[in-house]
Design a protein around this ligand. Structure first.
Ligand SMILES: [Zn+2]
Ligand SMILES: [Zn+2]
Length: 184
């Protein structure tokens, strides 16, 4: 089983791990732990913009979480606003094939159930990237790039057929790799 750890500043519904596991085809195990990132964020906050420099934080953390406990992917959910060079803001950042995801929830705020759906979609989107998926041209697919929160609302949490097939192949491979490395 591919192991995903979500460290979150935001209280999530108790079913949240099950939702993520469901859309990742039951091939991941998700654990959630509540935490806060105040110290970390303060080191990467742009004082003028009041936002977290997401790309720099990702570059800083990625080599440091490589073998955090036994998890294959780490997701940090920050109750904050982030940006990367060249963009006004980001909902989330990661790298293709990366092991770390950062999610920023400040611009996802809304009625509680919608808020949780938005966070779910962003988590699935970024995890999709870590499993090798790129952006999808289907606006209903979770891998569609969200320019606005309306884009996020318009897409489902599900992967389209094409993305889903690619994801399945990658998750099966990831499972084999995980077992191999765990035994080594
Ligand atoms: Zn993306
Ligand atoms: Zn797609």
């Amino acid at each position: 089983m591919i192991k995903v750890l979500i460290l979150t500043e935001v209280d999530l519904p108790s079913d949240f791990p099950k939702w993520v596991e469901h859309y990742l085809e039951g091939m991941v195990n998700v654990q959630v732990r509540k935490t806060d990132f105040e110290g970390l964020k303060s080191q990467f906050r742009d004082a003028r913009r009041g936002q977290v420099r997401a790309d720099e934080l990702l570059d800083y953390l990625e080599p440091r979480v490589g073998d955090y406990e036994d998890f294959d992917r780490i997701v940090l959910i920050m109750d904050d606003d982030g940006y990367v060079r060249g963009l006004n803001f980001v909902f989330g950042v990661t790298k293709i094939e990366g092991n770390l995801v950062l999610i920023f929830t400040k611009r996802l705020l809304g009625p509680q159930d919608i808020y949780y759906q938005r966070i779910l979609k962003e988590v699935l989107h970024e995890l999709g990237h870590t499993f090798g998926l790129e952006h999808c041209s289907d606006p209903r697919c979770v891998m569609y790039f969200s320019n606005t929160v309306e884009d996020t609302d318009n897409k489902g949490p599900a992967f389209c057929q094409r993305c889903s097939e690619k994801l399945s192949r990658r998750l099966r491979l990831g499972k084999i790799m995980h077992q191999k490395f765990s035994q080594a």
